[in-house]
Design a protein around this ligand. Structure first.
Ligand SMILES: Nc1nc2c(ncn2[C@@H]2O[C@H](COP(=O)(O)OP(=O)(O)OP(=O)(O)O)[C@@H](O)[C@H]2O)c(=O)[nH]1
Length: 622
């Protein structure tokens, strides 16, 4: 294997693998393209500039579709493989492996048919390339991409956008820094108006990777020549311009043999008064040889870059595949194991939200520290314990006989009525904590990387966790309301005894210092007494509110938060252990977008690894 065989052949093989895996440099799915990293030669020219003729001269065979309008409507990746002298020439398409074409008119027919297979007969264009390999002793090792001819107007049956579409497609190839541009311009037109040169100048302004080819030298007006262009005076390029003389339309009509045409071209230059001194640097054969050498040297120079780009891409793809997860297990036991593993990952994140490390837990403390005391503070005790209301409740409780010493029943009713108000803030605290927990479940599911692929499992975990949270909420609700009811069931006797002692001591002290008056008896059922009752009840309610602000959070944490940490998925686990393989399989149905992405990454990874092995082998042989 010679160096050239190994390097151009190597790129050929990698390009074929790229196309087989859908990588033709489009980069439309955000997966890096290997194709884009490989050096290629793209053939660019305006319509009728002589592109097909140049390609056929390079190959030495007549095989490209001809006709009016846009004939080339898909990129044609033409891979030329030089074989031993005396061996039979044949062609092969990538889409028709194992079929050897020895009749080149059938190659033309297959290119036409394969173009129509993707584009229909609509004259549309498509960026999906056709791969054609030609094995012949008469070619040099070379890969060229033939692109649709740049055109200025759409013809009937073609969409209006065709002119731009073609230019965009051609630009997508030639804009890549690894692309050598074979720019075909006809000599019988002003070079300044050449479509190929215009586009090449745009993407390669210094002319470092543009290879200028001038066709139709034989069609120039008598007395004129193209030396200004060929010698680089009109438009300077890094590589020298090459002039060619292809078969004329008359030659094509007469089916002049390509080998005869090559000979005639050689004679043209040998006998030309204008170009005779350049005979060794003109013609299709020289063009093919120079291109092959150039491509080989470019590939050799780029190999270190290609290797490092491949290595980088392999690492990136492996990282992405790790993130996306490996293929799902098939047997029920392994599936259950996978599901439980993901549940545990979810529970761990949920606990981190509550215990710290991730945000969320502090919201619960906010409910206890701010919302609950504020809600209790806003309870309408002022209204309930207004003079009027106290008077009414006390006299309703007294009935037909007013109380003698203290309105015992009136006190009880006033206290019970007040305590009833605590139910609202108690219920609100339970609900607020429930919503925080529900939100943390949602967040934890989103944050569990492992679950991302499995939307069905996400839904079931969310449903199971939320139904547990509902149960915890019901328990918690019962507990906090019980705390309130307990306060109403048995009042703190000592509070009133102490109150009585204080009052008696106060009045005894007052009677010692001043003689008794009738005011006390007058005030027994007067406003002063009602005010005192209101203030005593308010003091009692304040005491209870301090107790509840302390005990409600304890009940809520015990019934909801602690339970959520301990037993959020207990019921789900019990169900899972009885689930059949089919249901487990359903839970592991993957998100189709991620499934597709994983398949694409896996395929691309395979391509990169294969390419790396091929390159390693080729570099080893050198
Ligand atoms: N006399 C002469 N005719 C040429 C030469 N090169 C191309 N032609 C003729 O010019 C016409 C167009 O050549 P093609 O090779 O079909 O050009 P193309 O760029 O492939 O054209 P499209 O596929 O239509 O874009 C044909 O009739 C060729 O015979 C040349 O060097 N000399």
């Amino acid at each position: 294997m010679t160096t050239m065989d190994s390097l151009i052949g190597l790129v050929n093989r990698i390009q074929r693998a790229c196309t087989a895996l859908g990588d033709h440099g489009g980069g439309n799915n955000a997966i890096s393209s290997l194709w884009g990293a490989l050096p290629t030669v793209a053939v660019v020219g305006g319509q009728s500039s002589g592109k097909s003729s140049v390609l056929e001269s390079i190959v030495g065979r007549d095989f490209l579709p001809r006709g009016s309008g846009i004939v080339t409507r898909r990129p044609l990746v033409l891979q030329l493989h030089k074989t031993e002298n005396g061996t039979e020439e044949y062609a092969e398409f990538l889409h028709l492996t194992n079929k050897k074409f020895t009749d080149f008119s059938l190659v033309r027919k297959e290119i036409e048919d394969e173009t129509d297979r993707i584009t229909g007969k609509s004259k549309q264009i498509s960026p999906v390339p056709i791969h054609l390999s030609i094995f012949s002793p008469n070619v040099v090792n070379l890969t060229l991409v033939d692109l649709p001819g740049l055109t200025k107007v759409a013809v009937e049956g073609q969409p209006e956008t065709i002119v731009e579409d073609i230019e965009d497609m051609v630009r997508s190839y030639v804009a890549k820094p690894n692309c050598l541009i074979l720019a075909i311009s006809p000599a019988n037109q002003d070079i300044a108006t050449s479509d190929a040169i215009k586009l090449a100048r745009e993407v390669d302004p210094k002319g470092d990777r543009t290879f200028g080819v001038l066709t139709k030298l034989d069609l120039m007006d008598n007395g004129t020549n193209a030396l200004d262009v060929i010698q680089g005076r009109s438009y300077r390029l890094k590589y020298p311009w090459i002039g060619v003389v292809n078969r004329s339309q008359a030659d094509i009509n007469k089916s002049v043999d390509m080998m005869v045409a090559r000979r005639k071209e050689r004679e043209y230059f040998e006998t030309s008064p204008d170009y005779g001194h350049l005979v060794n640097r003109m013609g299709s054969e020289y063009l093919a040889k120079s291109l092959s050498e150039l491509l080989e040297s470019v590939i050799r120079a780029r190999i270190p870059n290609i290797i490092s780009s491949i290595t980088k891409n392999i690492e990136e793809l492996e990282r992405e595949l790790d993130r996306l997860g490996r293929p799902v297990a098939i047997d029920a036991g392994a599936r259950l194991y996978t599901i439980l593993g993901m549940c545990r990952a979810f529970e761990k994140i949920f606990k981190e939200h509550l215990d710290g490390g991730r945000p969320g837990g502090a919201q619960i403390y906010g409910i206890f520290d701010n919302k609950l005391p504020a809600a209790i503070k806003n309870l309408p005790f002022d209204r309930h314990l207004s003079l009027q209301s106290v008077k009414r409740i006390v006299s309703e409780s007294d009935g037909y006989q007013p109380h003698l010493i203290a309105p015992e029943l009136g006190y009880r009713r006033l206290i019970e009525g007040s305590l009833n108000h605590f139910r609202g803030p108690a219920e609100a605290s339970v609900n607020a904590v429930h919503f925080v927990l529900k939100d943390l479940v949602r967040k934890s599911i989103t944050e569990t990387e492992e679950l991302k692929r499995f939307p069905s499992l996400q839904t079931e975990i969310a449903a199971a966790a939320n139904s547990s949270l509902e149960k915890f909420r019901d328990e918690s609700m019962k507990s906090v309301l019980r705390l309130v009811d307990m306060e109403a069931s048995y009042l703190t006797v000592d509070f009133f005894r102490n109150l009585h002692v204080t009052e008696t001591q106060g009045s005894q002290a007052a009677s010692l210092s001043s003689p008794p008056t009738t005011t006390a008896t007058t005030d027994q059922h007067g406003e002063g007494e009602f005010r005192k009752i209101a203030s005593n009840v308010a003091a009692y309610i304040n005491m209870v509110s301090d107790t509840l602000v302390g005990t409600i959070p304890k009940a809520v944490v015990h019934c909801q938060v602690r339970q959520a940490k301990l037993a959020l998925l207990n019921y789900f686990y019990a169900q899972m252990s009885q689930s059949q393989g089919k249901h487990l399989g359903h839970l592991l149905d993957e998100n189709p977008v991620m499934l597709d992405r994983r398949l694409q990454c896996a395929k691309r990874l395979e391509l990169y690894k294969k390419a790396r092995d091929e390159i390693d082998a080729a570099v080893w042989f050198r």
